[in-house]
Design a protein around this ligand. Sequence first.
Ligand code: FE
Length: 361
Amino acid sequence: MLMPMRIRHIFYKKADTAMKTTLIALSFVALQAVILAPPALADGKEVNLYSYRQAFLIQPILDRFTEQSGIRVNVVFAKKGMLERIRAEGANSPADAVLTADIGRLSDMVEAGVLAPVKSAILEQNIPARYRHPGGLWFGLTTRARVLLVSKERVKPGMVTSYEDLANPELKGKICIRSGKHLYNISLIASVIAHKGPAAAEKWLRGLKANLARKPQGNDRAQAKAVYEGVCDVGISNTYYMGKMQTNEKKPQQKKWAAAVNIVFPNQADRGTHVNISGAAVLKGSRRKAAAIKLIEFLSGDFAQKIYARQNFEYPVKPGVELHPIVKSWGAFKADTMNLARVSSYRREASKMVDKIGFNY
Ligand code: FE
């Protein structure tokens, strides 16, 4: 049963619940195969990575890392359940490092106590402080802004310029958003709490709810689609989905959705747009920490930054790295400078607020 020693990747996408169970079990088997695969390489010669980020994004970069460092990277790709798996494996976990998107997932790992603090001059130099955990528990590698996608036809320039504007009664029935409980929105709401305080944030969230054209639903792209279809005038989305829609050859109708909207980077006149990260962290139980740190340092360097961010229409964290032409075409913007660790300390409060006001109902 543990024959598939060549399996280095398990990559599972959307599946029904029964499938998911099977796939999680299967990935455990594959993981065992990775660990048991002889011959094990000498210390400092390999690193085990659990990744929420997809193979197309990182494999070419990992290959280059191996070429340059001689360190082999064994990857387990996953869509869900990474923290649960790390917890279940406990001290026996083979994982050395994780790659994931959204500060929410990284913060969950901080709270679970599974991450190791890392001190690295290279990481401190490459990554602005606001995109690193102050104690070195995680490091941002790419950023994405949570922006407004506004109807080109129906929203005049200057009509909506901030997150606060979303609660403006003039926008009644004009806004579309995915579930308030989705981690992208939890982080956004947490950032409003962090900046404005809980009372003002709740008032804002109630105002936003009152302006919704429909119950929160769908993913970020579904909001652009709704604007295209005239269901609403303003959608809320991460920036990279614009790039994905604008270039989608498999589902060309998405190009029309993207063409129907302009991107508005909110709060340019004050605190800046809420930005989230994808990032990496080293696990507390890792027995190959030096190699894991080397890998994350490599991911923060010029070569990886250029490719990593571009593949998914994200922004590199390292200042000065060239943007994808499409990302560049959206224009420069001012990002919120508050440390994401501080923003994310309000996530629980944000989640409770969503429930309290019945945002999704
Ligand atoms: Fe996403």
